[in-house]
Design a protein around this ligand. Sequence first.
Ligand code: HEC
Ligand code: HEC
Ligand code: HEC
Ligand code: HEC
Length: 289
Amino acid sequence: MRMISGADRLGGALLAAALLALAFQPTDATWWLVRTPGILALLLSACALMLQPDAKGRSWHRYIGSFAIVAVSLHVLAVAGFEPSFWRWLDGAVPVEIIAGIVAALALFATLAVRRALTSPKSLILHRIAGFMVVVAAALHVAFIAGTHAAILGFLLAGMLILVFAALLPERRKLILVALPTVLLGIIAALATGPMAQLRLASLRSSPIDHANFNHGDHTGFVCTACHHNFTDRTGKENCLTCHKALSDSESMRIDRLFHAFCSDCHRREALAGRKSGPIDHCTACHGT
Ligand code: HEC
Ligand code: HEC
Ligand code: HEC
Ligand code: HEC
């Protein structure tokens, strides 16, 4: 087994701290079904990276990897099964953080396929590339989903980077291990933000408005301008949603990202302060009828 280095400990500690902080963020009761296996899957993938086997075969690496596959399967099943709104994201306007999640899950399954099919040390390189991609893509997925909390985001990405570098250091064929995933992730990133993004965002702009169960009557404790920046700046008196629909022409201005942060951040703050609040992550609470 590869020795666990000081860098591994630092990276692992940062990642664990970020995931622990994430686990303590308030959320809706049902969302724990989605959150718990998701956090576990990232943690187990990172452990598999640290505990790599040597030539002598069986090791914790294999068991941990198998548990990670179970965890990610539960995570995907929970969100697809219990949160029907999730499928609307796959209708065309897939957000980049969901693309990152799908890449992470597919790469994790790819490590399994490669391990079964190939045993020579040369072909094991593919298994390793897939392994590195799992951790990078999963960390990006979690960081962007949890996205509004800068400290969690920073710890998560820093921990992941340190772990990946620590795992790369003892490798002999660094170039291919770095180049191939970088090119692959680069292509995916280009598709996610370039011309493909325009295609995806156009479908978002043309879909009908979803009022997401918003009701002024539930929000009488706030002054109008706590929400209506349009009453004070010169953007106009239009409805928030129709105006922001039309503005959804980039990943950072898309209506779902903006409003998920806007609505859920306040609900999360209220929940943290121990007050009654609205839904945070549970899609159906806002998008259900
Ligand atoms: C908690 C945030 C929040 C507060 C506080 C708030 N609003 Fe709104 N308001 C919204 C949202 C979100 C919409 C879009 C709702 C929709 O279309 O489903 C909206 C829509 C509106 C609209 C447009 C309705 C339409 O479809 O034409 C008006 C007018 C409006 N609000 C007035 C007010 C006034 C006046 C106050 C203060 C008394 C106020 N709002 C307080 C969030 C808020
Ligand atoms: C007529 C158009 C229009 C209306 C109506 C409108 N907005 Fe905006 N909104 C904008 C524009 C343009 C920006 C980006 C430029 C800026 O920051 O001023 C923006 C920015 C935002 C941001 C991001 C701010 C930031 O600093 O990142 C949020 C959140 C937001 N709007 C929420 C709302 C809500 C909630 C409502 C209704 C209660 C609303 N907007 C009504 C045009 C509009
Ligand atoms: C400034 C803070 C704030 C913002 C912004 C905000 N909410 Fe709320 N929301 C609350 C609070 C507080 C409650 C709890 C009210 C209560 O039950 O007394 C609530 C309750 C709710 C509820 C639950 C109502 C119920 O019957 O349990 C829904 C749904 C909701 N909000 C949707 C939204 C949506 C959608 C947005 C964004 C467009 C939004 N909220 C933005 C503070 C906010
Ligand atoms: C706090 C309430 C709230 C929660 C929780 C919430 N959303 Fe939203 N969502 C909104 C609001 C508000 C909008 C903007 C309305 C719109 O796009 O018409 C939105 C927009 C969207 C859109 C874009 C719809 C469109 O075509 O314009 C999708 C897709 C979406 N949400 C999916 C989800 C998923 C998946 C979840 C759960 C992981 C979720 N939402 C949780 C409030 C919420």
